[in-house]
Structure formats: structure tokens, C-alpha cells
Design a protein around this ligand. Structure first.
Ligand SMILES: NC(=O)c1ccc[n+]([C@@H]2O[C@H](COP(=O)([O-])OP(=O)(O)OC[C@H]3O[C@@H](n4cnc5c(N)ncnc54)[C@H](OP(=O)(O)O)[C@@H]3O)[C@@H](O)[C@H]2O)c1
Length: 340
């Protein structure tokens, strides 16, 4: 698989990574299968999808434990990217960016991951109660202690901005990521940022406005989260099929039967482009190829817990969308359904 370089410290990873989150978190619990997920992680490494993205809060903790089962055997084949700074409580998810906490959390992640170093340690969200420089200083000390190789910042943008419209209109991204860019400017004064993680997909393109250019100008990598639109862009979901209670899509405004039906033209467009490229090409691969085409510093981390999907997603790496294909995807209708 093509390799991509992220960050000033030149970390090399396969162009398409693997998001491990669906294996133990956020999607239908009844469909989780530990052994199948472990096989999916092995398959990713076999295919050259070296970047495994997880977080201590996924599960919580079970996601890192699962990834650790593979790392125990294949540490050298993998690039481990995990996150710290969010805690799952009884009712809410809360941020904790206190220096002492992030250092203890790192040791716990290392134990669960069965490794002595994390390749990319990402601050999941900045803690509004703690100056981000303080949290980042503690993370930098982890690099100096050899427990972490590089630092990343994960941010999903200001949710309030998402309420204002489809989230895909001109300039929406600039506003969505304003706060993230301010945080990035502050932490860069303390220790270099190697990668930013934020949502980017055919139906959520806000990062293209300012965040992606900010990263490109500074040699910072960009990990594209939710590149398949939580599965919608694969064309394998049926409007109205319903989601289990704990599945994030059960509460997601783009996943009501009405909005899934209204957004079908986006999937139809991806299918059209796929059909033109080749008989075996699927919409998921076009969606990922479009993300890959947004810059050499971009690495999508599609979430998947089935070997079949992992192999299919890895198959997007060699696809090259023509100028006409890219123009066709760019001209697809904007997604309908606000986020919250
Ligand atoms: N930093 C953050 O705050 C944040 C937030 C969200 C996500 N993320 C990261 O981004 C990663 C990806 O996001 P995500 O998993 O939520 O969304 P996604 O990658 O857009 O979509 C994942 C969904 O697509 C399905 N899928 C994957 N490949 C497929 C294929 N080829 N054909 C058909 N269906 C396919 C998966 O099904 P199966 O599960 O059944 O395999 C899963 O339900 C996560 O794993 C996580 O690492 C980060």
C-alpha cells in the first residue's frame, strides 16, 4: 500500500488506516464479535493499513485491550494511535486534561495496548477547565520520557455551529474549526503537533475550508475520522432500517428514515463514479479515494470490524480519481440533516 508521511517527525503509515472504534463502541452492541474484530485488525496489517486508531474511552478501555491482543504479536507491523482526555461517566462524557491524570492514563493505555510506546498520542478534547498548554506540556513530557513518539489533537468542531445549517455550506468549515485552530496555535508554542484528527468525508467537508490548509502549511498530518459517513456513504444501509438504542446513529439527525432517503443522491453519485472506474469498485472505495485525494498529508481511518470491509477499504488506496470524477463528487448535493 502507498505510504504517507505525517508530521514534522516524519511518521510513516499506510495511506488508509483502520478506525477500531466500532469494534467495541458507538455502534450496535449485538453485532460486536471480539474474535472477528481481532481478525479484522490482523487483516488491516496484512493489507498495509498500519495505522490503528483507538482511544481509552472506547468501550471504555475494551478497544485498547482488543488492539493490544494483536500488538502483543505484531507490534512492529503497526502504528498505534490512541487518545486521552475524555472519561465516560454514568450519564456524561467529561474532559480531564489535568497533567497528573494524562500521565497516569498514558501508563494505563500502554499496559492495555501491551506495548512500551504509543506512536501517536492524541488529546481527545481539550478540557475547558485546564489551560490547554498545561495539558500539552504533560503530553510533551511523555514524549521526552520515551512513552510516546508524537502528539496529535483531535477535535470535532464547535457543535453550536453545526446547528446553524447543513454544515456543508460555504464558510461553514471556517467557523466550525475556529476554536480548533486557536487551540492548535497555542499548543504549537509548547510542543509540535504531528497530526490533527477531525471529521472529513464526502458529506462532511467543513475541514477543507481552513483546518486542512492549516495542517498542510505546517507539515501536520490529518487523520480523517468518519470518512464513510458512519457507514452511510458505503450504500449498504437502507433508509428506515433502524438502529439499536446505543448506536450513535439512533440519535443522529442524518440517520432518520427521512434524511437517509433524502441523502440517497449522494450514494447514487458515488456508485456512478465507482461503476465508471471498474466493475468491482464500490461506493465506500470512492468515498475513501476522495478523502485521499484531498492532500498527501491526509490519512482516512475508516471504522470497520469485519475483515471483508477492511480489505475493501484498503483497496481504495491504489484508486486514483480523475479530474472529472473529483468534479462529479464535488458537485454532489450537500447533505441534508443537521447534526444536533
Ligand atoms: N476523534 C474523534 O472524536 C472521533 C470521532 C468519531 C470517530 N473517530 C475515529 O474515526 C474512525 C472512523 O469513524 P466511524 O467508525 O465512526 O465511521 P466511518 O468510518 O465513517 O464508518 C464506519 C461504519 O462503516 C461500516 N463500514 C466500514 N467499511 C465498510 C465497507 N467497506 N462497506 C460497508 N460498510 C462499511 C462499518 O461497519 P462495521 O462496523 O460493521 O464493520 C461501520 O459501521 C473511528 O473508528 C475512530 O477511530 C474519531
Amino acid at each position: 500500500m502507498e505510504r504517507r508521511t505525517i508530521g514534522a517527525t516524519a511518521l510513516e503509515v499506510g495511506a488508509v488506516g483502520l478506525g477500531c472504534m466500532p469494534m467495541t463502541w458507538a455502534y450496535s452492541a449485538s453485532r460486536r464479535r471480539g474474535d472477528e474484530s481481532v481478525r479484522a485488525v490482523h487483516r488491516a496489517l496484512d493489507e498495509g493499513s498500519t495505522l490503528l486508531d483507538t482511544a481509552d474511552m472506547y468501550g471504555p478501555f475494551t478497544n485498547e485491550l482488543l488492539v493490544g491482543r494483536v500488538l502483543r504479536e505484531r507490534r512492529r507491523d503497526a502504528f498505534v494511535s490512541t487518545k486521552v482526555g475524555l472519561l465516560v461517566g454514568d450519564q456524561h462524557i467529561v474532559a480531564n486534561g489535568r497533567p497528573g491524570y494524562v500521565k497516569r492514563a498514558c501508563d494505563a493505555s500502554l499496559r492495555r495496548l501491551q506495548t512500551d510506546v504509543i506512536d501517536l498520542y492524541q488529546l481527545h478534547r481539550a478540557d475547558p477547565e485546564v489551560p490547554v498548554e498545561e495539558t500539552w506540556g504533560a503530553l510533551a513530557e511523555l514524549v521526552q520520557a520515551g512513552k510516546v513518539r508524537a502528539l496529535g489533537l483531535s477535535a470535532m468542531g464547535a457543535r453550536a455551529e453545526r446547528r446553524t445549517g447543513t454544515g456543508a455550506g460555504a464558510g461553514a468549515g471556517a467557523r466550525l474549526h475556529d476554536a480548533t485552530i486557536r487551540q492548535l496555535e497555542r499548543v504549537q508554542q509548547v510542543f509540535p503537533v504531528s497530526a490533527v484528527q477531525a471529521e472529513l468525508s464526502v458529506w462532511s467537508r467543513e475541514a477543507l475550508d481552513t483546518l486542512l490548509p492549516w495542517c498542510a502549511a505546517r507539515g501536520v498530518g490529518f487523520l480523517a475520522a468518519m470518512p464513510l459517513g458512519n457507514g452511510f456513504l458505503t450504500g449498504t444501509l437502507t433508509p428506515g432500517e433502524g438502529f439499536e438504542r446505543e448506536d450513535i446513529r439512533a440519535r443522529h439527525p442524518r440517520f432518520t428514515a427521512e434524511m437517509m432517503a433524502a441523502n440517497q443522491p449522494i450514494v447514487a453519485g458515488l456508485r456512478r463514479v465507482a461503476g465508471r472506474i471498474g466493475p468491482d469498485v464500490v461506493p465506500a472505495q470512492v468515498a475513501l479515494a476522495w478523502v485521499l485525494a484531498q492532500g498527501r498529508h491526509v490519512v482516512p481511518v475508516p471504522g470497520a470490524k469485519h475483515e471483508r470491509w477492511v480489505a475493501q477499504n484498503a483497496g481504495a488506496a491504489p484508486l486514483r480519481l480523475s479530474a472529472a470524477d473529483l468534479a462529479e463528487v464535488a458537485a454532489l448535493p450537500r447533505a441534508q440533516g443537521s447534526w444536533d
